[in-house]
Write a protein that binds this ligand. Sequence first.
Ligand SMILES: Cc1cc2nc3c(=O)[nH]c(=O)nc-3n(C[C@H](O)[C@H](O)[C@H](O)COP(=O)(O)O)c2cc1C
Length: 215
Amino acid sequence: MAAREIIVAVTGASGAVYAGRLLRALLQDGHRVHLVLSQYGRYLLIEELGYAPDLESVVEFLNRLYGDRVRRGSLHQYRVGDLAAPLASGSARIHGMAVVPCSMKTLAGIAHGLSTNLIERAADVTLKERRPLVLVPRETPLSLVHLRNLTAVAEAGGTLVPAMPAFYQRPGSFDDLGDFIAGRVLDVMGIEHDLYPRWQGPWREPQPPAVTTPP
Ligand SMILES: Cc1cc2nc3c(=O)[nH]c(=O)nc-3n(C[C@H](O)[C@H](O)[C@H](O)COP(=O)(O)O)c2cc1C
């Protein structure tokens, strides 16, 4: 499919694997990624996936992590404090935005239209331009404050893909779990992928061939 311009924001909730697998999938399929890491999103990439920002770019990190080439697409990175970046304007040619994973703090900022940093502003722009905005929130248990903020984003047109992978596809690794959530994010955005096997209906016992009795 044609290359898309996608904003990916990584914030400080556990679940960096979801961001890693989404970035890998988008870049492998030739899409153009506009990446914003919050301070704690960067920290979670370091803690959970071993990103070494002083030694490598994000693309080099993904290649090292997944052992395959993700250079078909392109990745442009922006500072989270750069409110003058192109992404801060509705005039930027953007297909959609994913916040993966999405902390309760960033969720609150988006739900209330705060735009205090580039992630919140780009999400605000995505909503007002009626482009797909997908949040992957991760927190447990959820307070009433969290639930109200989730509802506010859904009412404003955002889609919530909670970090709740399924198990019917029998995941064998963390990457499989990451691919399931990454695939659900891409489904919402209408971007083709083969990150997880689609549900084909329940497994059934093979039936013996019908016995035909002679007349
Ligand atoms: C190791 C670690 C794990 C965290 N996990 C979560 C989490 O799963 N969900 C969440 O909402 N906040 C989590 N937090 C707290 C957020 O990182 C914190 O609220 C931060 O201010 C979020 O800022 P950001 O949204 O700008 O990244 C975690 C923090 C740390 C240090």
